[in-house]
Design a protein around this ligand. Structure first.
Ligand code: NAD
Length: 355
């Protein structure tokens, strides 16, 4: 299927961090039409879509993916070729404080969407039904924690540890079951940790950058030796479009950057970059403070993305140092994006201890 054929993409969660990167990629780099469906929770932000919101091929609908009637209507009216499902509650600490929201969106919402997609697919004309894809976007956190060595791959067993990971694991299983039982053309992707512009500042990298810029303490959970495998969000966005268009129906694709760092190494690297790009009187790494660990904190995630590299000819374009430099510069230049969030939505307070 050529990538330049004009398609209709319905993107759930398109006002979030990764969803908005997918939409900017689709509008700027492809001829496709895009409809975003997003509830605009604390993590959804129309400002992340501002660069493309006036485009003739772009539309936005505020709706909850768990609203069955709304989902059936939007599918019937928009008639997508691809349903890329990114809407989720995605913040692990909040899943410790309020797991019910994660069940509502990640589990019930995904089920409602699969049902609506199935009905839409059954009623579609043959050519559209044959081309239709439901891409379920998920995380490597469903596989649990690695020890010091080894990598997750497409055959890794599911061992989710946090309420967030458990809710995403459940949604992966439903997506797979709607393919195996009902024939819905589902593809699943599991990606490692993303970083880049427009990320909600509760996530590790923007939290470190913004606290460092504002010369506030930089909290690091435990001893800071947890390892994550980082991928630039724009490389993930390209991977998702490739998987949607060329991925094998019923398959899973693992996506990752192959960039393992401990949290404390990452915080120190970011402090050095910020000292260089926005000099201050004191080196920023003096702001680092070790705090009580997250309950059930997974030690290490790292993935083997050999399948997508070989079968779909995907490779990340950003190396970690270049990507981090661009990301820090972006947050320095885009205070108008993050200041309202820090002042009105999330100021950097500790979440996820449930006490
Ligand atoms: P995010 O929290 O930045 O964005 C989630 C978006 O979903 C928000 O715009 C929010 O308003 C929307 N949303 C939440 N509940 C909704 C509902 N009930 N109905 C409609 N919209 C709703 O998340 P993200 O980091 O962009 O992650 C997107 C997807 O990618 C998630 O499924 C996540 O599990 C997965 N993922 C994330 C990462 C990462 O590092 N951030 C890594 C791998 C996979």
């Amino acid at each position: 299927m050529p990538l330049d054929e004009r398609k209709r993409y319905l993107v759930t969660g398109g006002a979030g961090f990764i969803g908005s990167a997918v939409c900017r990629h689709l509008i700027n780099e492809t001829p496709h039409h895009v409809l975003v469906v997003d509830k605009l929770t604390y993590a959804g932000n129309l400002a992340s879509l501002a660069p493309i919101s006036g485009h003739a091929r772009f539309r936005f609908l505020k709706a909850d993916i768990a609203d069955a009637e709304a989902m059936e209507n939007v599918l019937r009216e928009f008639k997508p070729d691809v349903l890329m499902h990114l809407a989720a509650e995605s913040h692990v600490d909040r899943s410790i404080d309020r797991p019910a929201d994660f069940i509502h969106t990640n589990v019930v919402g995904t089920f409602v969407l699969l049902e609506a997609a199935y009905r839409y697919w059954c009623k579609s004309l043959q050519a559209r039904a044959d081309a239709f894809r439901f891409l379920h976007v998920s995380t490597d956190e469903v596989f649990g924690s690695l020890g010091g060595d080894g990598l997750f791959d497409e055959s890794s067993p599911y061992r989710p540890n946090s309420p967030y990971a458990a809710s995403k694991a459940a949604s992966d299983h439903f997506a797979r079951a709607w393919h195996r039982t009902f024939g819905l053309p589902v593809v699943v992707s599991n990606c490692s940790n993303n970083y880049g512009p427009y990320q909600f500042p509760e996530k590790f990298i923007p939290l470190v950058i913004l606290n460092a810029l504002q010369e506030r303490p930089i909290p690091i959970y435990g001893r800071g030796d947890n390892v994550r495998d980082w991928l630039h969000v724009e490389d993930h966005a390209r991977a998702l479009v490739l998987i949607a268009e060329r991925g094998e129906v019923g398959a899973t694709y693992i996506v990752g950057g192959g960039n393992e760092r401990t949290n404390v190494e990452m915080a120190r690297d970011l402090c050095r970059l910020i000292d260089e790009l926005a000099p201050a009187a004191r080196p920023r790494d003096r702001l680092i403070q070790f705090v009580d660990d997250r309950p059930g904190h997974d030690l290490r995630y790292a993935v083997d993305s050999g399948r997508i590299r070989q079968e779909l000819d995907w490779a990340p374009r950003e190396d970690l140092q270049g990507g981090l430099r661009k990301t820090v510069s972006w947050y320095i230049r885009n205070e108008a994006w993050w200041r309202p969030i820090r002042e009105r939505v999330y100021a950097g307070e500790r979440l996820g201890r449930r006490n």
